[in-house]
Design a protein around this ligand. Structure first.
Ligand code: SAH
Length: 507
């Protein structure tokens, strides 16, 4: 990005991943980002740590900043030599006032670039299973503002030609005027039985779709209290939804699932759940922190070549061990004498990334399962276990009983993260949660302590509780929770599959 330049960037229609590569690069580079409510916060997480974020609001009822002020901010920041990104929903030039912002830059001798975005006008129908053109059905489309005040005597929309000139019509910002729009179209020659769809929060997990005709849609919207933001799609292509629906009929679509894992670890679970259509709510209960004192681990690394076995029990254990190893100027080559065991396929995968194929990954992903692989006699065998500061004791104890010298060194610690406690309670209280996932005993314990003193029975009344495995499930049951789902394979994938089976839309 060039300094002193304003970039008008389209953020895409809703799902934050529908941004262009160039748009994302701009976010990663920008000195200043000026954004509004349609931009997903997850996009902003790609920005530089020292980025200046300016929120300019724009909810139709309470404008946080007027357009002239926004223009001025863009120019002022660029004049200070900053690279300024104006992030806009959909495409900046489709009812986004991007053109005005560009003209204002020119008037003030500021350079600008426009980075197109995927407009909601086309993407939202697509996510509802409606192609805007289709061979033999629709060979043209129009995108129209539905925002025009019906009381205006001079309309800038030429309804008499618009109603029938193109096959498919998309109205943006039109929900308030829906009765007016449908009336105008019918008055000007569009048939009353023309299919119509309204799509709310398209491309997002909250997407809702209502289908009717020019004649019926207004009443359907009223009955269902269907709210903006939504797009109105008029034309025969709407009928294709029956066959081409792909997004809002996935197995977990619309299911609101709480993820309690540490923020840093939650992404793979969230991605998988989202692939099945779930609406994930991230309320971390755990944070992973460095140890204050790495004396023990560092000492173990010094004498690493004296160990016959190194046992990794978690991805975090692998990552933190390697961080200290690299800091000491060493790498995987110093592990060449030891056998390596990994509990869990994720742990094994984390090792593979470091160039290590674990010698032993137990069939059963639990400490108990691991023990079987070492054999009964371990006299004098030196075993290193870098893992969480506080973890279950059974593994080292059993190994020691068999004669091994076991050195358990803390590689990281987990602490309770209660920052979202209020939001979590609110979500439960207002009935916005379908299921809660627990991926370890600590997530259960911390979850309960975050809600200590609250009426758990009431809060969890209609919530399904899912545990990654039997140990986590036991912890939850011991605490009085009603666990309905236990993954058969104790992995993130197993947990997701168990959820699909238990609460999925198609059984
Ligand atoms: N520049 C944007 C449009 C801005 S106007 C673009 O190219 O998409 C805002 C209107 O767009 C909303 O009132 C609504 O009609 C429509 N819109 C934007 N995102 C939407 C979404 N995810 N679902 C449904 N409608 C959406």
């Amino acid at each position: 990005m060039k300094k002193g330049t304003v970039y008008l960037v389209g953020a895409g229609p809703g799902d934050y991943r529908l941004i262009t590569l160039k748009g994302l690069q701009c976010i990663q580079d920008a000195d200043v980002i000026v954004h509004d409510r349609l931009a997903d916060p997850r996009l902003l997480s790609y920005a530089r740590a020292d980025v200046e974020l300016i929120y300019v609001g724009k909810e139709s009822n309470r404008h946080t900043m007027r357009q002239e002020e926004i223009n001025q901010v863009l120019v002022d920041k660029a004049k200070k030599g900053k690279s300024v990104l104006r992030l806009k929903g959909g495409d900046p030039y489709v009812f986004g006032r991007g053109g005005e912002e560009a003209l204002f830059c020119l008037e003030n001798d500021i350079l600008f670039e426009e980075v197109p975005g995927i407009t909601s006008a086309i993407a939202v129908p697509a996510y509802a299973g409606i192609p805007v053109t289709h061979r033999g059905i629709a060979s043209s489309f129009s995108v129209i503002t539905g925002h025009e005040d019906p009381a205006k005597t001079e309309t800038s929309i030429r309804w008499e030609s618009l109603a029938t000139a193109t096959d498919t019509l998309m109205f943006l910002m039109g929900m308030e005027n829906l009765p007016y729009i449908t009336k105008k179209l019918m008055q000007n020659g569009r048939k009353a039985d023309t299919p119509v769809a309204v799509v709310r929060w398209g491309t997002k997990p909250e997407q809702e779709v209502l289908v009717g005709t020019l004649e019926t849609i207004e009443q359907l919207v009223r009955e269902q209290n269907f709210q903006p933001p939504a797009i109105i799609i008029v034309g025969e292509v709407v009928s294709l939804r029956e066959q081409l629906r792909w997004f809002d009929n996935r197995p977990l679509f619309g299911k609101r699932i709480v993820v309690t894992r540490a923020r840093a670890q939650a992404s793979n679970l969230i991605e998988l759940l989202e692939e099945y259509g779930a609406d994930c709510m991230q309320y971390p209960t755990i944070a992973i922190e460095e140890m204050d004192d790495y004396g023990k681990l560092d000492q173990a690394i010094v004498e690493i070549e004296t160990y016959q076995w190194i046992v990794f029990t978690s991805v975090n254990g692998v990552e933190h061990f390697y961080k200290r190893l690299y800091d000491a100027g060493k790498d995987s080559r110093v592990l060449n004498r030891a056998k390596i065991a990994a509990i869990g396929s994720q742990t094994a995968a984390a090792l593979t990334e470091k160039g290590i194929q674990a010698d032993f990954v137990p069939q059963e992903f639990r400490a108990e399962g691991l023990l079987a692989g070492f054999g009964k006699q371990l006299n004098g065998v030196r075993i290193l276990i870098p893992r969480a500061d506080e973890a279950r004791e059974i593994l080292p104890e059993e190994l020691a009983k068999r004669g091994a010298y076991v050195n358990v060194v803390p590689a990281y610690r987990t602490v309770i993260d209660a920052s979202e406690a209020k939001a979590l309670e609110e979500a439960l209280r207002t009935g916005r949660v379908d299921a809660i996932t627990f991926t370890s005993s600590s997530t259960v314990k911390n979850f309960l302590s975050m809600l200590a003193g609250k009426n758990m029975e009431q809060l969890l009344k209609s919530v399904v509780i899912a545990a990654i495995g039997p140990i986590t499930a036991d912890t939850a049951r011991d605490a009085g929770l009603n666990v309905q789902i236990i993954a058969q394979e104790y992995t993130i994938k197993g947990l997701t599959e168990a959820l699909v089976k238990a609460i999925g839309n198609r059984g």
